[in-house]
Write a protein that binds this ligand. Sequence first.
Ligand SMILES: Cc1cc2nc3c(=O)[nH]c(=O)nc-3n(C[C@H](O)[C@H](O)[C@H](O)COP(=O)(O)OP(=O)(O)OC[C@H]3O[C@@H](n4cnc5c(N)ncnc54)[C@H](O)[C@@H]3O)c2cc1C
Length: 387
Amino acid sequence: MTTFLSSANLPDEYEQLRRSVADFAKNVVAPVAAHHDETKTFPYEVVAGMAEMGLFGLPFPEEYGGMGGDYFALCIALEELGKVDQSVAVTLEAGVSLGAMPIYRFGTEEQKQQWLPQLASGQRIGAFGLTEAGAGSDAGGTKTTAKLVDGEWVINGSKQFITNSGTDITALVTATAVTGVDSNGKKEISTIIVPADTPGFTAQPGYSKVGWHASDTHPLTFDDVRVPEGNLLGQQGRGYANFLRILDEGRIAIAALATGVAQGCVDECVRYAKERTAFGKPIGQNQAIAFKIARMEARAASARAAYYDAAALMLSGKPFKKAAAIAKMVSSEAAMDNARDATQVFGGYGYMNEYLVARHYRDSKILEVGEGTTEVQLMLISRELGL
Ligand SMILES: Cc1cc2nc3c(=O)[nH]c(=O)nc-3n(C[C@H](O)[C@H](O)[C@H](O)COP(=O)(O)OP(=O)(O)OC[C@H]3O[C@@H](n4cnc5c(N)ncnc54)[C@H](O)[C@@H]3O)c2cc1C
């Protein structure tokens, strides 16, 4: 296993990937990001470009149509995309770490053969259906039910805020549902693969959101949805536990994305502070501005160190729950704080939507909420400390 010490000694294969995604982000994503944000449209052509580069297959073995890389490779790509556009980055993050990964981790050989090649190719994307109106941080509050009737799961209920769930290329949603009660009278929660074209499954109209306008998010309804018994993903009753494992990993991916945001804000500010003059000199020559940007750089570097550490622990098979929660918390706070400071450095221009820092300002808040709120990360960290 490779030891990931720092960005200064990134092994060659990751450095090459980083450069090619950075080029793609600059030349393909950045020019259309403001347009998709403004028009609230899903960036199909950008997703097709990411698919062509193999980004959706990064952590999956070649036998399932993947690139034979690892989770850290996905993180490196997410950091570069996060610098220029969060909607595109989260489409990849949710597609790979939440959409396809549960099938790779917990699927039968048949399920992997059926679904992974299309998901890893990026021709289709998957979604992760955990959250419900009454079950967010407390995801065990799931009310959606699945009953086995004549060899089929009959699913009824609803999900909310589900990313990638209603696009033209959405292949499936893996949904948690109550499938019974265990011997202690506790709800038994299982995960079921629901193909997007199943009758009774509906992605309701999308939300009006503060940001992430080009990312696809919908409430979902399941109205007597029938899927074969074989669509059970993983062991019956292990659905909640399996999804928590997926979320632990996903936090490292979202931390990489957030690190990109924090760094993207620094990069924009350094450039702007040298160009923009006030009182006869570049604004960056004022210590108040230079120190603000220096602090932003420190936040981005700390966030990166935290997610590298979590990824290294995960890939070496060591416990990584606490490191992933720390990485997710510090990086999302770094993104939000840097986005706020960046808009200040840009003055009035920082309030204009056409500027990247303005988009980061609107987009970043959700990083402190999705895939576990900051409070949930603190809960996980304190539990790991035995508190
Ligand atoms: C744009 C977007 C995309 C999303 N994508 C997905 C997706 O693809 N799949 C999916 O399943 N979900 C998704 N979500 C849902 C997201 O993960 C949840 O919104 C999040 O986990 C918080 O749940 P909640 O909204 O129900 O808030 P709540 O759980 O109701 O929390 C409200 C507040 O109370 C705090 N809180 C709750 N319990 C405690 C406690 N015990 N101690 C201290 N504070 C507490 C929380 O931290 C938060 O500040 C998405 C959400 C958004 C907005």
